[in-house]
Design a protein around this ligand. Structure first.
Ligand SMILES: Cc1cc2nc3c(=O)[nH]c(=O)nc-3n(C[C@H](O)[C@H](O)[C@H](O)COP(=O)(O)OP(=O)(O)OC[C@H]3O[C@@H](n4cnc5c(N)ncnc54)[C@H](O)[C@@H]3O)c2cc1C
Length: 410
């Protein structure tokens, strides 16, 4: 990529996920009329959250999870090449493709996402993982009625896979050393309520970790030995133990990487012509502190949009509090901001008949730091408005299930 920072005329985006797509769309919205290429090894961009929800369950097909209809790309002059980049060559203003071909680019956006974290135990490679459409297809085949399915990791994806497996009539065991998981994401009370749903749906939960997986009968069956000394037999093992950012291309090109490609709020990396967005990126604040990678859909959209602005030399849009959702057993959970108690503050619970519906984290000065709720999206929308406007809500009203969400925002 050239070292002079004239307005770009050839932008190449690496990736076909929502960060890559959002960046392409935002570039055209902002009036960029130069060449725009998306290197997307899996073909036309599609959405990943349905892979553990409707697509896995078979209620949504490949066409349904496309981010936009195919015609959009021609209408917006975006070339999609089903190719993988194998090297960045910043000093030569180009990207190298698998066949040795070079694509010239005066700005590159790395939006290569992440890969499932491998289960680092003997036999760990026998576990299925879930990141792309092919993974979801393979997993669906394994979730047959009566199949013994062991899911390792009860976080966002592991829990959704467990819920889907139950829906298919599989006999499911869920293994995670943390009980309950997801406390920083949704707070202790909701985390307990959500984790308890597994048992209520006939899932056996075990608070341990596997130390070895073996093929027990020379066929498809598996045997997991656990750290607590027990063993579990399975027809299929699925690991959902987190992700590893796909940052190797950036590192090989000498770009600063530390558990993700380091970027500023505009997606700029340590190379002025290379940007990064989505799950592969990690924000470095102006004071040098590194944030946790977001690993959520909306964060990927926003960072793609910010990087588009950055590549055009424009300031990034102002975004409000971060939001994400998860689904399991027919319930829909949303969260905004943080419920991570390590940031201090006090938790306010909204309960109905003794069952927690929502949790709020209030800072010592009364400002809302975050909220999470089960099947109450309007409440989360209200919490989001409160946070974005910097309001100090009435704690009693937050806790009172008879106070409707709109009454919480003055
Ligand atoms: C099963 C599943 C369920 C999820 N559910 C939720 C949810 O309920 N709520 C939520 O908020 N978030 C959810 N997420 C997270 C969310 O989907 C991700 O944060 C988001 O998809 C990240 O987008 P991305 O574009 O950064 O990466 P990705 O979507 O991973 O896209 C990366 C792209 O880069 C491509 N690529 C990789 N290497 C190269 C290369 N060398 N050259 C060119 N291209 C390359 C890949 O093929 C892929 O197309 C879920 C994720 C998964 C996997």
């Amino acid at each position: 990529m050239s070292s002079n920072l004239d307005a770009p005329r050839r932008i190449v985006i690496l990736g076909g996920g929502v960060a890559a797509f959002s960046a392409a769309s935002e570039l055209r919205t902002r009036g960029y009329d130069g060449a725009l290429t998306l290197l997307s090894p899996e073909g036309l961009p599609y959405d990943r959250p349905p892979l553990s929800k409707g697509y896995l369950l078979g209620t949504e097909d490949a066409a349904k999870i496309a981010l936009v209809p195919e015609a959009w790309y021609a209408e917006h002059a975006v070339d999609v090449l089903a190719e993988r980049a194998v090297a960045l060559r910043p000093s030569e203003a180009s990207v190298e493709l698998g066949d040795g071909g070079l694509l010239s680019a005066d700005r590159v956006l790395i939006a290569t996402g992440a890969r499932p974290r491998p289960l680092a135990v003997p036999g760990g490679e026998l576990a299925l993982t879930l990141r792309d459409r092919a993974d979801a297809d393979a997993l669906r085949d394994a979730l047959a009625p009566g199949a013994r399915v062991v899911v390792v990791g009860a976080g966002l994806i592991g829990a959704e896979v467990t819920s889907a497996a139950v829906g298919f009539g599989a006999e499911v065991t869920l293994i995670d050393p943390i009980d309950p998981p997801l406390v920083p994401a949704v707070g202790e009370a909701l985390a307990r309520r959500l984790h308890a749903m597994h048992g209520q749906h006939g899932v056996r939960t075990i608070a341990s970790i596997p130390v070895e997986i073996s093929a027990s009968d020379g066929g498809g069956a598996r045997l997991l030995r656990l750290a607590d000394g027990s063993a579990v037999a399975a027809d299929a093992v699925v690991a959902g133990i987190g992700i590893v950012p796909d940052a190797a291309l950036a590192a090989a090109a000498g770009i600063e990487v530390d558990d993700g490609v380091l970027v500023d709020a505009s997606g700029a990396t340590s190379n002025p012509t290379v940007f990064a967005a989505g799950d592969v990126s990690r924000l470095r604040r102006p004071d040098g502190t590194l944030t946790r990678r977001a690993e959520h859909w909306e964060a990927a959209v926003r960072s793609g949009q910010a990087a588009a602005a950055g590549m055009l030399g424009e300031p990034p849009p102002a975004f409000g509090a971060p939001w994400f959702w998860l689904d399991r057993y027919g319930v829909h959970v949303e969260a905004v901001g943080t419920l991570d108690g390590r940031f201090g503050g006090r938790v306010i619970l909204r309960e109905a008949d003794g069952v927690p519906q929502a949790a709020f984290l209030l800072a010592d000065d009364g400002h809302l730091l975050g909220a999470a709720a089960v099947d109450l999206p309007l409440l989360i929308r209200a919490a989001r408005r409160i946070m974005d406007r910097g309001l100090t809500p009435d704690p009693a009203a937050l806790a009172d299930p008879s106070v409707p969400p709109r009454k919480l925002v003055p």
